[in-house]
Design a protein around this ligand. Structure first.
Ligand code: AMP
Length: 184
């Protein structure tokens, strides 16, 4: 079974790697950032609530985020596995994820940390051109990563796999797949 989480600072390449890996592993790529952006684009009530957080680089409140993830993870395609990108982003969310999985009688197989130096991360974000990629919001998202998300690396010490995230997409994806195989 393939129940995986990708962690790393904004700009580490989580979305890109999640795309590549979900194709190779045949599990859905579930990105909370993309789910939020779809809600914002469709102007749903959830999107209207989430927009100001995305625009400022803050985390959307846990109650909203956790409920959205719970619904997504109970869809049939996630039964055989998933690759979560951008969730959990704090220890409270990690606990909720554990309880969702426990209700299904499962747990995470691995948490993959993409390790990328800060200058590479900032360079990647500046060239990406997403609407929340202004210098100020980028800086705030990095701060939020350090204060709220980085503690997860300790939380997940037992299942953590750290992979060098610098390189071509396929090269990094191969590193992840090799590391997963080595663990299995
Ligand atoms: P991302 O696409 O992962 O860079 O996420 C973009 C934005 O969506 C973040 O800056 C947050 O505002 C919001 N977001 C994504 N995932 C989460 C999460 N797990 N918890 C709270 N907010 C999130």
């Amino acid at each position: 079974m393939t129940r995986l989480v990708l962690v790393g600072p904004p700009g580490a390449g989580k979305g890109t790697q999640a795309e590549a890996l979900s194709a190779k592993l045949s599990v859905p790529h579930i990105s909370t950032g993309e789910l939020f952006r779809a809600h914002v684009a469709q102007q749903t009530p959830l999107g209207k609530e989430a927009k100001r957080y995305l625009d400022s680089g803050e985390l959307v409140p846990d109650t909203v985020t956790n409920e959205m993830v719970r619904e997504r993870l109970t869809e049939p395609d996630a039964k055989a596995g998933f690759l979560l990108d951008g969730f959990p982003r704090n220890t409270k969310q990690a606990e909720v994820l554990e309880s969702i999985l426990a209700e299904q009688g499962t747990s995470l197989n691995a948490v993959i940390q993409l390790s990328v130096p800060e200058d590479v991360v900032v360079q990647r974000l500046m060239s990406r051109g997403r609407s929340d990629d202004t210098e100020e919001v980028i800086r705030r998202r990095q701060q939020v990563y350090l204060s709220d998300t980085a503690p997860l690396l300790n939380h997940y010490a037992d299942v953590l796999i750290t992979v060098d995230g610098v390189g071509e997409v396929d090269e990094v994806a191969s590193r992840v797949l090799n590391a997963l195989r080595a663990r299995a």
